[in-house]
Design a protein around this ligand. Structure first.
Ligand SMILES: Cc1cc2nc3c(=O)[nH]c(=O)nc-3n(C[C@H](O)[C@H](O)[C@H](O)COP(=O)(O)O)c2cc1C
Length: 368
């Protein structure tokens, strides 16, 4: 069983020792200056059974640091911190992509450095998201109404994505970057008619709403090489106040075709049915697969058996594991042996410190 999942695969020049991906998981442990630290290095270092690790959502600028204690990849200290982590991960022959996440309107100024003195909540349009954002200082707070990005903001933010991607590859030694266009964050906010009500060339039609995302992807690909770029999308995703709408199929048909032209490495499809959200139907996954024609990462509610089935059925090239990787540092070994898995502890998903982060036992430790 499960032979394809554990077999090596080469995606262009990217050689992976197996098809198991550690999914991007925000853990909010970057307590000082939003910089990766030794605790984070230990955490990622424990999880190098994966062929590919995708980092937690990481901001390209102060404006994108909407959650407390999430890492950035724009300051020198942040890049140094990430370099120590990629060097550790590479020792075990695991590849690592940086997930670039700009939170856009899913944010609160209290979470910004200096409580927002040097940053701003920006989004395609001045449309407030329903729901609340946790802050360390004042607990849950309503999302603020963002300022609609003007032409200068669009250019500056695109440059932030490019600059972070450039530093990620050339200074922090990442093998690639994943642009986060899923789960209701900035790039997803452009794609969606609820958060994007612009009347210029970045809003309105499917082509217009996709324009900014494609411009960012193209600019990043031009800087670091298209084969070092992936994108994460969540059609039908319901997170962060962006539910289903009438043009999902048109949007993802168009987007997938355009991404094919740019020639990026992969599309990572989020399906949050396993987390209680509406599922992404097979039909939309097929639309993306057929129009993109490149590599697909599948994610959401996978175990070894279902992963193997979907790989055998050629639904994707790689499979990402989220909560099971969070709770099982030796997930790959456990899956190979058919061993029982530790259960994730939701209470410590986003709390600072080692508890519920680096202290999940390996099989060996559990047996000792
Ligand atoms: C604690 C936690 C943090 C997450 N953070 C991110 C993130 O930073 N970026 C992202 O794209 N998805 C994030 N996700 C979604 C996961 O990558 C994944 O899609 C989800 O957990 C479903 O997969 P699973 O059933 O294997 O856990 C997060 C999920 C959890 C549980």
């Amino acid at each position: 069983m499960s032979k394809k999942l554990f077999s090596p695969v080469t995606l262009n020049d990217l050689e992976l020792k197996n098809r198991v991906v550690m999914a991007p998981l925000t853990r909010s442990r970057a307590v000082e200056d939003n910089a990766p630290n030794d605790l984070m290095k230990e955490y990622y270092g424990q999880r190098t059974g994966a062929g590919l690790i995708i980092t937690e959502g990481t901001s390209p600028s102060p404006n994108g640091l909407g959650y407390p204690r999430i890492p950035g990849a724009f300051s020198d200290a942040q890049i140094e911190g990430w370099k120590a982590i990629t060097d550790r991960v590479h020792e075990d022959d695991t590849k690592m992509f940086l997930q670039i996440m700009h939170t856009g309107r899913i944010s609160h100024p209290l979470n910004f450095p200096n409580e927002g003195e040097d940053a701003e909540v920006l989004a395609p349009s001045a449309v407030q998201a329903d729901g609340k954002m946790y802050t360390d200082q004042e607990g849950e707070q309503p999302h603020p109404t963002p300022r609609a990005m003007n032409a200068q903001d669009l250019a500056d933010t695109l440059n932030e994505f490019v600059s972070t991607a450039q530093k990620a590859i050339f200074n922090a030694h990442f093998d690639g970057v994943e642009l986060h266009a899923a789960n209701g964050y900035l790039l997803n906010q452009f794609l969606h008619p609820k958060s994007n009500v612009r009347t210029d060339e970045y809003g309105g039609s499917v082509e217009n709403r996709a324009r900014y995302v494609l411009e960012v992807v193209k600019a990043v690909a031009d800087e670091i090489g298209a084969d070092k770029v992936g994108i994460r999308v969540s059609p039908y995703g319901a997170m962060n106040d962006l539910g289903a709408h009438d043009e999902i199929e048109e949007m993802f048909t168009y987007l997938s075709k355009e991404l094919k032209k740019i020639g990026i490495q992969y599309i990572h499809i989020v399906d949050h049915e396993s987390m209680g959200a509406p599922g992404a139907p097979e039909s939309i996954k097929k639309i993306i697969r057929e129009n993109f024609g490149g590599h697909i990462i599948l994610s959401g509610g996978y175990d070894a058996e279902r992963a193997e089935q979907d790989l055998q059925a050629d639904k994707g090239t790689l499979v990402a594991f989220g909560r099971s990787f969070l709770a099982n540092p030796d997930l790959v070994k456990r899956m190979k042996e058919g061993a029982e898995l530790n259960e994730p502890d939701q209470d410590t998903f986003y709390t600072p410190g080692a508890k519920g982060y680096t202290d999940y036992p390996t099989l060996q430790e559990a047996e000792a």
